[in-house]
Structures are given as structure tokens and as C-alpha cells.
Write a protein that binds this ligand. Structure first.
Ligand SMILES: [Zn+2]
Length: 314
């Protein structure tokens, strides 16, 4: 399932081909240099189940691996966004929600069935999917402080009328919108990993690991460069990752890289209290803001699309 569409596809996919080694990369990644600190909130989408379940794993085990990695790196909060349909399909996976709350981490609504607003038959159909997602989240979270909502595929509505109506609807339900500034396209790897593991193709899995960590390194470099160009500073970031077997395995290394890059982990509310998050919308907040303000992002270090990883071990 592709999780980042529309305008944002260009953001994360970036340009195919060469990785431009720019001044920012040299500054940011040279070993031994002091890294500029930045704040980052962690958000985890598609609870209770993202993608194929790799052999030997359980949904609860995937959640436990996430929580253990976050604890090991001092992550004070990892906001989990729930598709209640996953629990209907696999009742055992509801254990994920109990584990998440027991760890002290909050849960928000990601619609019942992961319905992309631009693919919904009507605005009403989409709103119904938002409403259907509420009871399960409410069963685990008190209303205190209000509920958070994350748009599936980060699609907030291509058509302005639908987008505005959706914002008004969510405001009427007192939702905070969970924005995103950075992701490493873990969703391209999840199903391929499960297939390669089932086939015992460890060589391909090793290649995928190396590639993903290069994606992460390049993504961090680009994140900093885009933020500097758009805001003249590194704004508090919001990372999007997904609760699948791939990320359960890779998160420790991803968090090590974020640590090395200067990350200080904060809550979603702390990150979004920054004025950079004042205007809601789809995709990544940094690219969205660049587009709205006519800021040219050319010449910055690029990330390479990993979309062909989705075809591995088919
Ligand atoms: Zn999602």
C-alpha cells in the first residue's frame, strides 16, 4: 500500500538517479563534527497491523519491538494511529492497542478502513469512515486534551471544496490534525520483506537493509536542508513510520541514525506547537509550505525513490 501520495510523492521519492552531495550533506554528515540539535516527534501509523505479517512474528510482538526501541532511545511519546478495521479482520491484533497504552503512548484515529479522502465516493462516505474509527480509539483513550487524526496517505483533499469541508468536519469533531514532516518510505519495504523471508531470500533482505539505511541517511540530510531553506532553521520534525515487521526490525538502527544526526525526541503536541504547523494540509508540512510560498527546493540533496523495492520477491 502506498502511503504517501500526490504532491508529497515528489517529496519523498525525490529524483531518481544520483544523490547530489551538497554543502548541507558535507556539513551535516561529516564524522566528528558537532551536529545541530533538532526536535522530532515520532508517529506510528496503521495500528494494529501494517502490511503482511512476516513469518515468525506476531502483531503484538511487532508492537513490543517498537516500544522497546522507543524506550531504548528515550522517545517520550510515539503517537499511534489506528485503523479499527484491522482489529475487525484480526481480533488478536487488538493486543497492540493495550500494549501501546500500557507503554504510556497515545492513540489517534486514522479512519476505520484507511480510506483516502481523494478516493472516497463522496465526502460523506469519508466522514462516515472517520466516525466509524472513533469508538475503538475512545475505548483506549480519554477525551481529555482532544483526539488526534491522521489523514490516510496524508491526503487532505486535492479538490479545494472537499479539503475545506473535511477540515471543517474535523474541527467540528474537535480533532487535532497530526501533521508529518519526514518519512523514510518504510511502506515500500514491508510486504517485500515478508515475501523474501517466506522464500528464505536472505541476500535480498540484506540488500534491502543496506538500501533502507541509505534512504534514512539521505532522508535526514534532505530533511535538514529543506527545513533550512524553507524556514531558515530546523523546525521541530514529525516522523511518520508504520507498524509493520520491517520497521519493527529496522527501528533501532533508524533511531541510532536520528540520534547521531542530533535528534531530541519530543511529543507530537510539542512539535506541532511550532508556528510552522499553523496551517493544516496534506503531504509533508515542509514541502507544502515551500509550494505555497513559492520557495524553490532545487539544488538540495535528493532522496532516491525506493518504490521498486515493492516488487522484490514477487
Ligand atoms: Zn496509513
Amino acid at each position: 500500500m502506498q502511503h504517501w501520495k500526490g504532491t508529497a510523492a515528489t517529496v519523498l521519492a525525490g529524483m531518481a538517479g544520483g544523490f547530489a552531495v551538497g554543502a548541507v550533506q558535507a556539513q551535516g554528515q561529516t564524522e566528528g563534527q558537532i551536529q545541530e540539535r533538532f526536535e522530532i516527534a515520532i508517529t506510528v501509523d496503521d495500528l494494529t497491523a501494517h502490511g503482511k505479517l512476516p513469518q515468525g512474528m506476531t502483531r503484538a510482538g511487532i508492537a513490543e519491538a517498537h516500544i522497546a526501541a522507543f524506550r531504548a532511545h528515550g522517545v517520550p511519546e510515539a503517537y499511534g494511529f489506528v485503523n479499527a478495521l484491522r482489529v475487525k479482520e484480526d481480533p488478536e491484533s487488538e493486543a497492540v492497542l493495550g500494549l501501546w497504552r500500557a507503554a504510556g503512548y497515545p492513540l489517534g484515529n486514522h479512519t476505520f478502513s484507511h480510506l483516502n479522502i481523494d478516493k472516497a465516493e463522496s465526502l460523506e462516505a469519508w466522514e462516515a469512515d472517520v466516525l466509524a474509527g472513533e469508538p475503538l480509539v475512545q475505548a483506549y483513550m480519554s477525551a481529555e486534551g482532544g483526539y488526534y487524526f491522521r489523514f490516510p496517505n496524508l491526503a487532505a483533499g486535492k479538490e479545494p471544496a472537499r479539503a475545506e469541508a473535511a477540515q471543517a468536519f474535523l474541527k467540528g469533531r474537535h480533532y487535532h490534525i497530526a501533521d508529518v514532516s519526514v518519512a523514510f518510505a518504510d511502506w515500500n519495504y514491508t510486504d517485500a520483506y515478508a515475501r523474501c523471508l517466506a522464500r528464505g531470500d536472505m541476500a535480498t533482505i540484506e540488500a534491502m537493509k543496506g538500501r533502507y539505511l541509505r534512504d534514512v541517511d539521505a532522508g535526514i540530510v534532505r530533511m535538514k536542508a529543506v527545513s533550512q531553506r524553507v524556514y531558515g532553521r530546523i523546525i521541530p520534525q514529525v516522523l511518520l513510520t508504520h507498524i509493520g515487521g520491517w520497521s519493527a526490525m529496522m527501528l533501532p538502527e533508524v533511531l541510532e541514525r536520528l540520534d547521531a544526526a542530533g535528534a531530541t525526541y519530543v511529543t507530537l503536541a510539542q512539535a506541532q506547537s511550532d508556528p510552522a504547523y499553523a496551517e493544516p494540509g496534506g503531504g509533508s508540512v515542509m514541502e507544502r509550505t515551500a509550494k505555497r510560498q513559492g520557495i524553490d527546493l532545487s539544488g538540495l540533496p535528493q532522496t532516491e525513490s525506493s518504490s521498486e523495492v515493492k516488487t522484490y520477491c514477487r
